[in-house]
Design a protein around this ligand. Structure first.
Ligand SMILES: [Zn+2]
Length: 89
């Protein structure tokens, strides 16, 4: 019973990133209506979980947090707190 450490990834931990959920993970992908972008959180078996814990993210296509426009940001608890604060607004 030994725990194997996860393989190293090329994602830098200090730099948070954001992505859409991985639609292919679902039985019925609905990619037209769900364009919400989540902040990446912890790694899981399927990939990376969003910080709100609802979705597995598609890390083939990622953004920096600053690149994601306000209307696309996930508002769920967890992701919401991770978005950079824009003091001007
Ligand atoms: Zn989210």
């Amino acid at each position: 019973m030994s725990t194997t450490p996860p393989p190293p990834t090329d994602v830098t931990a200090e730099e948070p990133w954001a992505a859409q959920r991985d639609a292919s993970w679902y039985a019925c992908p609905n990619v037209t209506s769900d364009k919400v972008i989540h902040v990446a959180g912890q790694e899981c078996r399927e990939g990376f979980l969003s910080r709100c814990g609802r979705s597995v993210l598609n890390d083939d296509m990622t953004w920096t947090l600053d690149e994601v426009s306000d209307g696309l940001r996930c508002r769920s608890n967890g992701c919401r707190q991770a978005w950079p604060m824009d003091g001007a607004r």
